[in-house]
Design a protein around this ligand. Sequence first.
Ligand code: 1HE
Length: 254
Amino acid sequence: MKHIITEVRDKVLLIGINRIEKRNALNKEIMLELESTFSSIPDGIGCIVIHGFGDHFSAGLDLSELKEMDVEEGLYHSIAWRPILDKMQFGKVPVIAALHGACIGGGLELASAAHIRVADESTYYALPEGMRGIFVGGGGSVRIPRLVGTAVMMDMMLTGRIHNAEEGHRLGFSQYITEKGKHLEKSIELARRICDNAPMTNFALIQVLPRIADSTQDIGMMMESLTAAITQSAPEAKRRLNDFLEGRAKKVKE
Ligand code: 1HE
C-alpha cells in the first residue's frame, strides 16, 4: 500500500492515512487502499483506530479528481465511496476516528462513518463544498446530520462556517476531546476498553443501533428484543454474568 500504513497493537488495528504532502487529501488510490484494508481485517482484531499522519486528519476529497469529470463520472465517483464507508461503519468491529488538524469535506465524511470520534484541540471541522461549487458525495448528507443535526450542516455548507475542536465537541462531532497530540493515545486506550467487551455485543451495537435509530418505534423495539435475546444466549455472555454473580467481575463505580 502506498498511502495507508497499518499497525497491529494487541487486538487494536491502527489504520493511518499517509499522504502528508497533500494534507491527506483522499484520492482514488487511498480510497481503494481503505477498501482493501476494511475488507481484510485480520482475525482477532477487536477494534480499529483510523488516524492521519502529519498535521491533519484529512483535507477531504482530492479536488484534482473532479477537474475533468462529467455528470456520469461524477455519479460513479460518489457511488464508489459508498461501499468503502459502509464497510467501515457496518464491519465486524467498532472504528474510532482519531482526529487532529483539518477534518474537512470528505475527511469529515470519513470520520462520520466511525463509531466514536476523539479529537485533539487542534481539530477543526469544515464543509467547504459550497465554496468549491460542489456537494458532499461520500455519504455526508446522510451521516453528518445524524451527528450534529441538519441545521448545523446547512450552516457549515451555506456559509463556510468552521467549527473549532471545542465547538465541534459541543455540537456532537466528537465524543472525546484531548490536549494537542494526545488524540491517538486516547483512541487506543478506548479501543483497548472496547476490546474487553464481548465481541458479539460490539457487533450488535454497530450493526443494530444505527438501524434502530432509522426505524419506527415499533420495529426498533422488536429489533432490540431480538438482539437482546441473541446476545444474552452466547456462552461468552453466560460466563460474564456468572463472573459477576459469583463476585469475580469488576463493579461499576466511578
Ligand atoms: C489538496 C487538497 C485537496 C490540500 N485536494 N489537493 N477540501 C478543501 O477544500 C480543503 C482544501 N485544502 C486546504 O484548505 C488546505 O490545504 C489546508 C487548510 C487543509 C492545509 O493548508 P496548508 O497551507 O497546510 O497546505 P497547502 O499548501 O494548502 O496544501 C499542500 C498541498 O496539498 C498543496 O499542493 P501543492 O502541489 O501546491 O503542494 C495543495 O494543493 C494540496 N491539497 N488539500 C487536492 N483537498 C466525497 S466528496 C467530498 C468533497 C470534499 O471533500 S470538498 C472539500 C475539499
